[in-house]
Each structure stands twice: as structure tokens, then as C-alpha cells.
Design a protein around this ligand. Structure first.
Ligand code: NDP
Length: 333
């Protein structure tokens, strides 16, 4: 079995030399534990944050130890009462072929509703993030003009569907490059799309929303947040979800210089962390699996094959190689 370890803390964009794949013997599960063969693992922007040695809402990765992250796999040995060999489970020990963990830290997934990998994407943490951010944090209501950055990513694609469900009149998305921007409209339910690489985002947003916006779902931060602040109408709301434009910066650029807009326009800016909203998980899975069934939401994924290429998947994610959820399919045998 193999596992991916962080061996050096990256400065700027991570490099292959910051990681090492280690071979090891899989331990036997102890009482209450299961052995899982990982089939899929999630690659997330937040993993870049955990490579820094700073306190956050999740502890940093430790050097010379396996990285962690969402994974789904098949139980191959069980000493846990309520899990059986063959069950598909969601858990936190990705970045390795086989995981040994307490049964209580694994959640059985229902593969009759959706393929197991969907529980890392639309039905999982990214999907719930979109739902929480727009429903609970920004409070999207009938008639809102909603702007979503990172629009072609795992959270962003679901966010468009959620915004429409909550009654948004117009949903605008921004993504990098003309191809992604085109797909936002053709395939993913966005009404208007911005290629943020084609010109200054503030000008593009004014062009896409001459009437202004009511809600901004921020995945990107930096210039995107600055532009949104200038376009928000009175009483506008911002869900601060992430700031991926800054994750590789050693010294993040100074924040928006136009925060006075929040005063003038009586805005609400509110950050959130999805794991504080686990109580909405079942509601979300019910809603989203209905949408997968009726075809109004698709489980869009970008798949990288094999643990040996998992660092490529991470670098790809940070560089925009994905549309929808970035996943690694693991082939341990
Ligand atoms: P994505 O699937 O959206 O992948 C990341 C995307 O970010 C890339 O595809 C790329 O798309 C874009 N990107 C990279 N660099 C830049 C840049 N400099 N400027 C603009 N876009 C950039 O990831 P997720 O959907 O998993 O996550 C989206 C955001 O949500 C992240 O900020 C993440 O940290 C945050 N998040 C927050 C959570 C919370 O609880 N608050 C939970 C989950 C995610 P492109 O080609 O368009 O540039």
C-alpha cells in the first residue's frame, strides 16, 4: 500500500519535491475498526492552507506524515458492529491506497441514489457548501441577481443550481478562459458568464450586471471581491466562502480598498465554514439527489487516474485544470 506524505512546506505554488509517496504494510484493523480500500479521493483548495504551519479551523498537515482528505472506498475487513465487508463508506483518510479507521468515523453511502464519487462532490462537502452559502449565509431570495466566482468548480457549479432553486432572477458566473465561460451558459445553468482572464473583473462585472448585483458568493477573493463590492446594490449580501486567488501567496495582496461601499450600500459580508452546518447534510442530500435524478443537476467531475498522480491533481486544481469536482481514482491493486 502507498500513502502520500508532505515532506516540505511549500513556498508559493507547491512543487512535486514537497511530497513523497511512501510504501508501507497495511496494519490489521483493531476492535471497532475497519480496513477500507480507497476508490476515490477528493482534492480540495483547503489542502493548500493545511500545508502552512499556522493554526486554523483544521490543524496543519504534519511533515513526514500522510496527508488527509475526503475519500470513499470499500470496506474489505470489518471489526465494527454496524459496517460490513463490501459497504461503501465516506471518511477523512484520503491520500493513501488503504485506510484503517474507527467505524464511527466512516459514513456508509447509498450507492443506489448516486455513484460513490458523487458523495465527494455534489452530494458531499462542496455541494453542501454551495447550499449553506446561498441559503443560510447570503439568504438568496426571489428576484435576486447573484454573482458566483469560481463558477466552473465543484462548489460553483452546484451554486448556480441552488441560486435558481432559491428564486434568483439572474445568475452570473466567472471562470478562467473562454471555454469554461462558454460552458457555464451552455451546460451549467448560468445566465451570464465572465472570463476573468480576458480583462479587469470590475469592468466585466459591470458589463454583465449593469443593474448591479444583490448577492456575491465569493470563492476567489482579491480583485473579484473588490469588483463585487462596487457592484452590490443597497442591502446586498456577500457569502465569504474562500479566496483561492490568495492561497499560494506568501504575502496576500492588501484586501479590497473599497470597503466603504459596505457602509454606503448597507451590505452584509459573512464568512462561513461548511462543517459548522452538518445539520443540513441530510436535507441537502435529499434535495440534490432529486435534482440528479431529474437531470437538473449533473455530477460533473475531472478525474485524475492513480495515487501516483495525486500531486498533479492538486497542482491542476490550483491552476484551474478542473471543471466540477477534482477527484483522483485510486487503483491499489
Ligand atoms: P474548485 O473546484 O472551484 O477548484 C478551484 C478553482 O479555482 C480552479 O478550478 C480555478 O478555476 C480557480 N482558481 C484558481 N486560481 C484562481 C485565481 N487566482 N483566481 C480565480 N480563480 C482561481 O474548488 P472548490 O469548489 O472545492 O472550492 C471553491 C472555493 O470554495 C475555494 O475558495 C475553497 O477554499 C472554498 N471552500 C470553502 C469551504 C467553506 O467551508 N468555507 C468549503 C469548501 C470549499 P479557473 O479556471 O476558473 O481559474
Amino acid at each position: 500500500s502507498r500513502e502520500v506524505r508532505l515532506v516540505a512546506r511549500p513556498s508559493g505554488l507547491p512543487a512535486h519535491s514537497d511530497f513523497k509517496i511512501e510504501e508501507l504494510v497495511v496494519p490489521d484493523p483493531g476492535p471497532g475498526q475497519i480496513l477500507v480500500r480507497n476508490d476515490w479521493m477528493s482534492v480540495d483548495p483547503a489542502m493548500r492552507g493545511r500545508m502552512r504551519d499556522v493554526p486554523s479551523y483544521v490543524p496543519p498537515f504534519r511533515l513526514d506524515e500522510p496527508m488527509e482528505g475526503g475519500a470513499v472506498g470499500t470496506v474489505v475487513e470489518s471489526r465494527a458492529d454496524d459496517l460490513a465487508v463490501g459497504d461503501q463508506v465516506l471518511h477523512r483518510l484520503g491520500w493513501r491506497d488503504y485506510a484503517v479507521l474507527d467505524g464511527k468515523h466512516a459514513l456508509r453511502v447509498d450507492t443506489r441514489r448516486a455513484p460513490a464519487s458523487a458523495y465527494l462532490g455534489v452530494l458531499g462537502m462542496p455541494g453542501l457548501t454551495a447550499y449553506v452559502g446561498l441559503k443560510e449565509i447570503a439568504g438568496v431570495r426571489e428576484g435576486d441577481v447573484v454573482f458566483i466566482s469560481g463558477a466552473a468548480g465543484a462548489v460553483g457549479l452546484v451554486a448556480a443550481r441552488v441560486a435558481l432553486h432559491l428564486g434568483a432572477a439572474t445568475v452570473i458566473g466567472s471562470a478562467g478562459g473562454p471555454e469554461k465561460a462558454g460552458r457555464l451558459i451552455r451546460e451549467f445553468g448560468y445566465d451570464r458568464a465572465i472570463d476573468y482572464k480576458a480583462g479587469p473583473i470590475s469592468r466585466s462585472l459591470r458589463g454583465a450586471a449593469p443593474e448591479g448585483i444583490d448577492v456575491y458568493f465569493d470563492n476567489v477573493g482579491g480583485d473579484h471581491l473588490q469588483a463585487a463590492l462596487s457592484s452590490l446594490r443597497i442591502g446586498g449580501r456577500v457569502a465569504l466562502c474562500g479566496a483561492i486567488s490568495q492561497y499560494n501567496e506568501e504575502k496576500p495582496a492588501p484586501g479590497p480598498t473599497n470597503l466603504l461601499q459596505a457602509v454606503r450600500m448597507r451590505l452584509t459580508l459573512r464568512g462561513f465554514i461548511v462543517m459548522d452546518h452538518a445539520d443540513l447534510r441530510d436535507e441537502w442530500v435529499d434535495l440534490a439527489s432529486g435534482w440528479l435524478e431529474d437531470g437538473s443537476l449533473t455530477s460533473t467531475q475531472t478525474v485524475v487516474e492513480g495515487l501516483a498522480h495525486s500531486v498533479d491533481a492538486l497542482l491542476g486544481l490550483l491552476g484551474g485544470a478542473n471543471v466540477g469536482k477534482m477527484l483522483v481514482r485510486l487503483n491499489p491493486d
